[in-house]
Design a binder for this molecule. Structure first.
Ligand code: HAM
Length: 426
C-alpha cells in the first residue's frame, strides 16, 4: 500500500458513518427544540485567535496545533476546538451586538497534534453548543439540561456531570499564586514541561498525567477557597438549580479544564465505558472571551462533546431498518427490477437495493445472507430483510417471489400488490 491515512486520522465507512449521522441528527433535533441554530465556521483560522483565547501556555496552543504559513506568510491554524471560531464569527458578523440570548450549536472536525491512542485522534469531531448573553445561573441550567436531553436521547442513562467553579480572572490569579506556593517545595520530581507550567500557568498542572505532579497536587489548595463572594453565590445557585432540575451532578474541586478562557462554572462528563481517554465532553462559562477578542462585554457558556468518544461509549440502538434486495435473475429483468424498487422505496423504512449486475438468484441470495449476518452492525432488523426475486417465471405469471431471510419462507405475490404486501412487514 502506497498511500495511507495520515497518522492519527481515520476513514469513517458504513455502517459506522450511520451512527455518526444518527448522533448528529439527534443533536440537531434536541438542540433545535431548545431554540439553538446551527453555525458552521471555517476549519482554518488565524493562529493568533487560538493563542488569545485558548491561551498561549495551554497544552493545546503550546504543542498541539497544526500551524503553518500560507503562501503569503500568514500564520494559520487548523482549529483545535470550535469555541474561539464561533466567538470570532458572532463578533465579525455583528450578532454579538444583536438580540440576546443568542443560541448556537455546531458539529465538525477539530485537529490536535496529540499522541494517538484509543479514543484520541489528531482529527476528531465535536458536537457543541454555545449560549451568549445570559450572565445568571439560568444559563448553566439550560445548557446542562439540554446536554442531558441529548445524551438521554442517545440512550445514555447513568452519566453524571462533574462541576466546579474557577471564579473570575482575579480569583484565578490568587488561586494560581497559592498553588505555586504549595507546589514549589514539592516540584523536585517534575519534568521540564511541568516546571514551565508551574512558572507560567500553574492551573495547567491539573492537566498533567505525570504521577509526580498528581502526587504533589494531593491536598493542594482548591479553586473554591479563592472565589470572590459573587462567584461563590453564583456557584451555590447553580448547584441548587441543578438539584431542582434533577440533574445528576457531583462536585469536583480539582476540575479546572485545559483551556484558559473559563470563568466561574466548569464541567465535564466522563464515561466508565472508555479507557484512559474517558472525557466524553467538557465545557463551561467564559464571560470575558467575547470582549477580549474585540466584541462587546458578553456573558457566554457552552460545551463540546467528543463525537468519536461519545459513539464509542453510547449504547447501540436496537436495529430497526428494513432491507429489500431486488434480484433480477438475468439482464432482461433489470428494467422491471428498477421499476419495482422505485415503487417499494416509497413505502419502506430502510433500503431497497437492486442487483444491478443481475448475477442470478444464487449469488444474490449469497449477498443477502452475508448482509443478514451483519444485520445488527448495519442497523437492520433481521425480521425485515427480504429478497424479491424477478425471473422468467415471475415475468410470465405477472408475479414476484418474496423470500424472508430469517425463516427462508417464500411466497408468490402478484406484481400489482407487492407494495401493499410489504406494508406492516418492512
Ligand atoms: P475540550 O475539553 O478541549 O473542550 O474538548 C471537548 C471534548 O472533545 C473532550 O471532552 C473530548 O471528548 C473531545 N476531544 C478532545 N481532544 C480529542 C482528541 N484528540 N481525540 C478525540 N476526542 C477529543 C473544548 O474543546 C471546548 N471548546 C469546549 C467548550 C465549548 N467550552 C465552552 N464551549
Amino acid at each position: 500500500m502506497k498511500y495511507r491515512a495520515v497518522k492519527g486520522t481515520r476513514d469513517l465507512l458504513p455502517p459506522e458513518t450511520d451512527r455518526f449521522a444518527d448522533a448528529e441528527a439527534t443533536a440537531r433535533r434536541v438542540f433545535e427544540s431548545y431554540g439553538y441554530g446551527e453555525v458552521r465556521t471555517p476549519c482554518l483560522e488565524t493562529t493568533e485567535l487560538f493563542a488569545r483565547s485558548v491561551g498561549e501556555t495551554t497544552d493545546i496552543v503550546h504543542k498541539e496545533m497544526y500551524t503553518f504559513s500560507d503562501r503569503k506568510g500568514r500564520s494559520l491554524t487548523l482549529r483545535p476546538e470550535n469555541t474561539a471560531g464561533v466567538v470570532r464569527a458572532v463578533i465579525e458578523n455583528g450578532i454579538a451586538a444583536g438580540p440576546m440570548p443568542l443560541r448556537l450549536w455546531y458539529e465538525g472536525p477539530q485537529f490536535r497534534y496529540e499522541r494517538p491512542q484509543a479514543g484520541r485522534y489528531r482529527e476528531f469531531r465535536q458536537i457543541g453548543a454555545e449560549l451568549f448573553g445570559v450572565p445568571g445561573p439560568a444559563a448553566e441550567v439550560e445548557i446542562l439540561t439540554m446536554l442531558f436531553a441529548f445524551l438521554e436521547a442517545l440512550g445514555f442513562r447513568a452519566l453524571t456531570v462533574a462541576v466546579n467553579s474557577v471564579g473570575t480572572a482575579q480569583s484565578r490569579e490568587a488561586f494560581g499564586k497559592a498553588l505555586q506556593a504549595y507546589l514549589r517545595p514539592r516540584s523536585s520530581g517534575f519534568g521540564e514541561d511541568d516546571r514551565r507550567k508551574l512558572d507560567e500557568n500553574p492551573l495547567r498542572l491539573f492537566d498533567s498525567k505525570d504521577p509526580a505532579v498528581r502526587a504533589a497536587l494531593e491536598g493542594s489548595p482548591r479553586t473554591l477557597d479563592f472565589l470572590d463572594p459573587e462567584s461563590l453565590r453564583h456557584h451555590e445557585t447553580v448547584r441548587r438549580l441543578l438539584g431542582d432540575a434533577r440533574l445528576l451532578f457531583r462536585d469536583e474541586p480539582s476540575l479546572v479544564r485545559g483551556l484558559d478562557y473559563y470563568t466561574r462554572t466548569v464541567f465535564e462528563v466522563v464515561s466508565t465505558e472508555l479507557g484512559a481517554q474517558d472525557a466524553i465532553l467538557g465545557g463551561g462559562r467564559y464571560d470575558n472571551l467575547v470582549e477580549s477578542l474585540g466584541g462587546p462585554p458578553l456573558a457566554a457558556i457552552g460545551f463540546a462533546i467528543g463525537e468519536d468518544r461519545l459513539l464509542q461509549a453510547a449504547p447501540r440502538r436496537s436495529p430497526d431498518r428494513a432491507l429489500l434486495l431486488v434480484l433480477p435473475q438475468s439482464p432482461e429483468d433489470v428494467d422491471e427490477a428498477l421499476r419495482l424498487a422505485a415503487e417499494l422505496r416509497a413505502g419502506v423504512r430502510g433500503s431497497v437495493e437492486v442487483d444491478l449486475l443481475a448475477r442470478g438468484f444464487r449469488r444474490g441470495m449469497a449477498r443477502g445472507n452475508a448482509l443478514f449476518e451483519e444485520a445488527s452492525a448495519r442497523g437492520l432488523d433481521r425480521e425485515k430483510i427480504f429478497a424479491v426475486l424477478l425471473g422468467p417465471r415471475e415475468r410470465e405469471g405477472g408475479t414476484v417471489t418474496v423470500k424472508r431471510l430469517s425463516s427462508g419462507d417464500q411466497e408468490t405475490v402478484p406484481r400489482a400488490s407487492v407494495a401493499g404486501w410489504f406494508e406492516g412487514r418492512a
